[in-house]
Design a binder for this molecule. Structure first.
Ligand code: SIN
Ligand code: MN
Length: 212
């Protein structure tokens, strides 16, 4: 897709735009959030959560799995998209209600190849990074927050510089696209137990990516 193409979120009114990231607070209703959690539970039965190793040899505190053609993976050999779960099975299909959110905010022209599922238990965090393992940065990354509140930090397209943080709450959706597609971002911490959505606490983040 060319740079001139327009995605749906660009024609919509986000609740906030922060350093080019479009934030849609409360985009997903409580009923839809519960349905998404049910879908993610099924997904995680087919493709169990695991703790990827960073290229530096430490396990990440966030547990992950994926759905779609490819799944995001990391180990000593670096970050990449893999065709199979580490236990060998193909990744399950991206749940339909998740694809519906992509269509509503991004496009019907192409489906994402990957839905990365991040699970943050108590104390989990994610360091500042860019999403840059995808082949085509013209496509935005769409991120869905479910469960406990998370303090999201954003920086700049280059490493370093000033940063800004804000809380993401259950049902919020954000889109990193255009000039903000390669912005550095991370999760400083979650407020464990702040949301009743997951009975045992924690946070699920889904990111939809056109990876291939
Ligand atoms: C990510 O950058 O992969 C996750 C961001 C988040 O958990 O909100
Ligand atoms: Mn990311």
């Amino acid at each position: 897709m060319s740079n001139k193409s327009r995605y749906r979120f660009e024609q919509m009114q986000p609740t906030a735009v922060i350093r080019g990231i479009a934030l849609f607070e409360g985009f997903i209703s409580r009923e839809e959030q519960a349905e998404l959690v049910a879908q993610i539970r099924m997904l995680a039965k087919a493709a169990p959560l695991f703790s990827p190793q960073t290229p530096y040899g430490r396990p990440m505190s966030v547990r992950m799995t994926s759905a779609g053609q490819v799944g995001w993976f990391s180990d000593r050999n670096g970050y990449r998209y893999a065709e199979r779960h580490p236990e060998g099975a193909a990744w399950p299909a991206i749940p339909k209600p998740v694809l519906a959110i992509w269509r509503a905010l991004v496009s019907e022209m192409r489906e994402p190849d990957c839905c990365l599922v991040n699970y943050y238990g108590e104390g989990a965090r994610m360091g500042m990074h860019q999403d840059r393992d995808e082949a085509d940065f013209d496509w935005p990354v769409l991120s869905i927050s479910l469960g406990d509140d998370a303090l999201f930090r954003i920086g700049n397209n280059q490493r370093g510089g000033t940063t800004q943080s804000f809380w993401l709450r259950s049902g919020d959706v954000l889109v990193m696209g255009g000039a903000a597609r390669l912005i550095h971002h991370g999760i400083d911490r979650i407020a464990f137990g702040s949301s009743p959505l997951l009975p045992n606490g924690g946070r699920i983040n889904l990111t939809l990516r056109v990876a291939l």
